[in-house]
Design a protein around this ligand. Structure first.
Ligand code: URA
Length: 189
């Protein structure tokens, strides 16, 4: 008997996430998988969806997302050029920090997204996403500096764009880190 082969794609992953009840947050929120170029060289990873993301089922479409779009444009990139996702796939109530358990149960989804896209560069936005890759690095010390994850993947940590909405001083730091990211991208050509 010939076994039917199913090919996993980002679209099928999105459909599967809709049925998944493995995270307690799925009782109170809508699923939000990543979006963007399935062949992106760079993947940006935030923490968890907020209110707007929960409403629209898309990552980074609220105030932090607007600033992320601006940061991307500052180095000549559009959302469609990259892939944007989150560690946690559901909005924590009241936008509280996701718990270690919520991050843990959602981890396979991000792993599958990365496995399908096979990016060369991963940009964790903020400490929650950075902690997914390096448990001992702090965002304060590591931001703006490339870190080798594997022979094929470099992690380039940057502060979360929302941090600059609360602390205006970080705005220039984020712009500078995006410039450093662009220099890093150019140096690889
Ligand atoms: N903050 C995040 O970390 N992710 C989003 O999708 C939106 C805001």
């Amino acid at each position: 008997m010939i076994k039917k082969m199913t090919t996993m794609t980002l679209d099928s992953l999105k459909e599967k996430l809709k049925e998944w009840k493995g995270c307690e947050l799925s009782k109170t929120a809508n699923p939000v998988l990543g979006e963007g170029n399935p062949q992106a060289e760079i993947v940006f990873i935030g923490e968890a969806p907020g209110q707007k993301e929960d409403e629209l089922g898309r990552p980074f479409v609220g105030a932090a997302g607007k600033f992320l779009d601006e940061l991307l444009l500052s180095i000549g990139l559009k959302r469609e050029d990259v892939y944007i996702s989150n560690v946690v796939k559901y909005r924590p109530p009241g936008n509280r920090d996701p718990t270690p358990e919520e991050k843990e149960v959602c981890m396979p989804w991000l792993k599958m997204e990365i496995a399908l896209i096979k990016p060369k560069i991963i940009v964790p936005l903020g400490r929650h996403a950075l902690g997914h890759f390096f448990t001992k690095l702090s965002i304060t010390n590591a931001h703006g500096k490339p870190q080798k994850l594997t022979d094929d993947i470099t992690v380039f940590p940057i502060y979360h764009p929302a941090a600059a909405l609360h602390n205006g001083g970080l705005r220039q730091t984020l712009l500078d880190d995006f410039k450093a990211l662009k220099n890093f991208l150019d140096s690889r050509k």
